[in-house]
Design a protein around this ligand. Structure first.
Ligand SMILES: [Zn+2]
Length: 86
């Protein structure tokens, strides 16, 4: 008997009505950078970006793009940090 806070459920329903559950590749690409930013920052993406994670679970092409994006951002941060340390 888990108690669910009605506020959270309302937020999820609101997010689902804003963002279609079936996110297309084009829409996914639009949100990919924002989603990557949350993941790299160790933060939980907001409900509005939940569809991106769900799309990445299903779509290998977008997942590959997401990995490349993460690598690029992380690589840029690493090289910046390395130069800064030296
Ligand atoms: Zn896709």
């Amino acid at each position: 008997m888990a108690e669910q806070r009605p506020g959270v459920k309302a937020l999820v329903e609101q997010a689902l009505s804003v963002l279609p559950q079936e996110l297309g590749c084009d829409s996914c690409a639009d949100y990919l950078a924002a989603y990557a930013d949350y993941r790299l920052g160790g933060r939980t993406p907001p409900d509005s970006l939940k569809g991106v994670g769900e799309h990445l679970d299903r779509c290998e092409a977008c997942l590959e793009e997401f990995k490349l994006l993460l690598d690029a951002v992380q690589g840029a941060r690493d090289s910046l940090g390395g130069q800064h340390d030296l």
